[in-house]
Design a protein around this ligand. Structure first.
Ligand code: BTN
Length: 253
C-alpha cells in the first residue's frame, strides 16, 4: 500500500510529480499516462504509480519484472523544450535523477550504465524506458522508471537472479517507496532545469567511462572502449582505433 500523504510530504518540486495518479494495480504506469495524453486529460509533470504492475514494459521490447508492494514502478509526463536533436538527453537526466534521489533517500551510491540503467556493483537495480512522440508539434515524453527496492534476491525470477539487485539486498534494510519516489522526482526536476551540466554529471556517475566494454548494436556484438558522450548524449566508443558514435545500443560490462 502506497501512502500518497507520505509521498507529498517529501516532494519539493514546482511542476513534476505534483499530480500523482495512484493505482493499486495496473498493467503499466506508462500506459496510464499515454492513455491520459490520448484523451486530453494529461497535464505536464503528472505521474502515475502502482503497487502491482502486471505488464511492465522494458527497453528493446523486453518485459519488466516487478514484485507487488516491493518494487517502485512509476511514470512521469514531460513536455521538454530541448531541441529535437538533444532529446536523448532526457533519458540521461532520468538516470541522474535516479542516482541522486536514491543517494538522498537511502545513502546508497549507485552508478549509471549507458544510456540509463541504474546499477550497483555491476548488477541492475533499475531501468528507464523513455518514450517520445511529437503531438501537435510538441515533444511529449513519458519516462517510465522501475527500481528494485524491497525484493529479496530469491523474489526475482531465476533468469534475473545473477544480474539483478535491490536496495534491500544491498543494505539489508527495507525502504519506503514513497520517499524514494519523491526524492527521485525532486532531483529529476533539478537536473532538467540545468541542461548545461547534464553530460558532465552523467559521466561522473558512469560505471564504465574509459573502460573496455562489449557493445550490442542491432545484431552485432562489438568490443571497444567507452570514451565519451557527445552533446546529444550519444555514446562514443573507440573500436579498432576509430571513435564511433552510437545513439542506441546496449553496453555489457
Ligand atoms: C529497462 O528495460 O531497463 C527499462 C525498464 C522500465 C520499467 C518501467 S516500470 C514503470 C514503467 N512502466 C512500464 O511499463 N515500464 C516502465
Amino acid at each position: 500500500m502506497f501512502s500518497e500523504h507520505l509521498y507529498y510530504s517529501y516532494l519539493e518540486t514546482g511542476i513534476l510529480g505534483k499530480n500523482l495518479k495512484y493505482l493499486p494495480k495496473t498493467e503499466s504506469t506508462s500506459k496510464i499516462i499515454w492513455d491520459l495524453v490520448s484523451s486530453n486529460n494529461a497535464t505536464e509533470g503528472m505521474a502515475s504509480i502502482t503497487d502491482d504492475q502486471t505488464l511492465g514494459k522494458g527497453r528493446r521490447g523486453n518485459k519488466w519484472f516487478s514484485l507487488p508492494n516491493s518494487s517502485l514502478t512509476f511514470s512521469i509526463l514531460l513536455y521538454p523544450n530541448f531541441s529535437i536533436e538533444k532529446l536523448g538527453l532526457i533519458s540521461l537526466v532520468a538516470g541522474i535523477g535516479c542516482v541522486e534521489g536514491i543517494i538522498k533517500s537511502t545513502e546508497i551510491k549507485t552508478k549509471l550504465k549507458w544510456p540509463n540503467d541504474i546499477i550497483y556493483q555491476n548488477s541492475k537495480l533499475g531501468g528507464v524506458l523513455a518514450e517520445c512522440h511529437k503531438i501537435k508539434n510538441k515533444n511529449v515524453v513519458v519516462l517510465g522508471i522501475g527500481i528494485n527496492v524491497n525484493e529479496k534476491l530469491n523474489d526475482f525470477p531465476t533468469y534475473l537472479q545473477h544480474s539483478a539487485t535491490s536496495l534491500r539486498h544491498i543494505s539489508g534494510k527495507k525502504y519506503k517507496r514513497e520517499v524514494i519516489l519523491a526524492e527521485i522526482i525532486n532531483h529529476l526536476e533539478k537536473s532538467i532545469n540545468s541542461e548545461s551540466t547534464i553530460i558532465e554529471k552523467w559521466k561522473s556517475y558512469c560505471s564504465h567511462l574509459n573502460t573496455d566494454v562489449k557493445f550490442h548494436y542491432g545484431n552485432r556484438l562489438l568490443n571497444g572502449r567507452f570514451v565519451d558522450l557527445n552533446k546529444q548524449g550519444h555514446a562514443l566508443v573507440k573500436i579498432n582505433g576509430d571513435i564511433q558514435t552510437f545513439s542506441t545500443g546496449e553496453i555489457q560490462i
